[in-house]
Design a protein around this ligand. Sequence first.
Ligand code: SAM
Length: 502
Amino acid sequence: MASPQRSSKTSEPRAPNPNDPKISKAFSAMECLGISREVVKPVLKNLLKLYGGSWELIEEDNYRTLADAIFESFDDKKKSKAVMVVESEDQASSARENGNKVKESNSDSNRKAHNSNVEGSSVDTRLGAQRVSSSSGIQRKRHQNNESGDHSATDKRLIHKINDITRGTERLKISLIDEIGIDLPKFGYIPENTSYQDAYVPFTLARIADENCCLKCNGDCLSSRVPCACSRETGGEFAYTSQGLLKDEFLGACISMYREPLNHHHFYCQDCPLERAKNVQNPEPCKGHLVRKFIKECWRKCGCSMECGNRVVQRGITCKLQVFAMEDKGWGLRTLENLPKGSFVCEYVGEILTNMELYERNKKTRINERHTYPVSLDSDWGSEQILKDEEALCLDATNYGNVARFINHRCFDSNLIEIPVEVETPDHHYYHIAFFTKRNVNAYEELTWDYQIDFEDDGHPIKAFKCQCGSSYCRDVRREAVGTKVKELGVKRRKSGTSRVN
Ligand SMILES: C[S@@+](CC[C@H](N)C(=O)[O-])C[C@H]1O[C@@H](n2cnc3c(N)ncnc32)[C@H](O)[C@@H]1O
């Protein structure tokens, strides 16, 4: 930073007048850095005093002097504190190193890194993370975003970096990175679905009839001349190519089913377990369940090997993924490598709950939760008898789940599709939900999935949220537009988007 030269002018400047175009330009420049007017005002006043009312140095290099002076004022007052999370095994030395790294990486944007102190630590046991206080230019810049303008009490921002949120439970490490400062997610990482309590999910070999598996196969079923019994679910052909991708035709059929669900078969239960969960005494009629296409993978009773091409989802995550923080949607998931169309990304893992259990859980907790994580397993209820409560299942990744719990919603043109996959049991009341890419996806693209949420439906298991998907086909935008139109017409419309326990 250029050292300030005292001007010969000595007149005492007044407090910055926001209507003065020079002052309002300075405010705008600082607002771009997330610094509020209240913070800028006293520093600008001092600078003007120091430079005798001359703007030349203040305006130079896009108000660099002003920005530096503001950051310096935080240091002077010892008010700038940020918290950084590093992995617990790294311990304090690494924390110190990370503190310095943040400092270094921010020095370019802020020119100055004033403080490399590491102050205290605490451990977040669920993600195995250690918290370490640190401070840096960017953190200083960001924590100014707090709207109160009171920097004495709220100068805390979280910058997180975790090398592996799975704690070694997946084949690949999955990192988490937060460059903006949001709360660390609180959940237990589980790589496989786990029954919470009442769900009936017996995985017994006796339940798989010999004709429902390929006892006589060996090696790779995909290379045999005649598709084996396990391909029956997908019309006598395997859903996968020998490269482990979904076949175009199968993927296309699944995409069209989600795009135009009303053109596809729905099953209407006589006694719908979802409605029963909401009101045992007086359930409403079934709203219908889309009958989806399933993939059936070979499993333990089959004669083929683990390398068989009809075993993709059960082999787990093989692509490089990263959880990252976003301003508008909380945490999200992105790929760190290019993914071809039809690639398996991950499955949706959570606690297996009955719909009754989910309903009870939501009643207790949902009002306070910003994000919700349940998925119903109702893709093939039509193929079974009337389901008992313990057979009407869903997955809830709120407390325990895998990386899929971070996949955000995108209306219509999401890059992922969820497909039901049968592995351990031929009963379709329990199955896996696997995510595949709908198109080629580039490294660093956010991975998104269309939750099939109707933003007018307050009863959807996923609590309504204000959609920030950014798609030109956003259903929530249309709802807003309709709402505005209706308002213009002076018609009072039902308030939608409010949370309601399903
Ligand atoms: C399965 S979680 C996804 C991960 C979540 N963003 C997080 O921070 O943990 C679903 C929640 O994410 C948020 N979300 C997902 N997609 C969104 C979108 N398009 N716009 C706004 N919020 C979204 C909603 O709060 C929703 O309840």
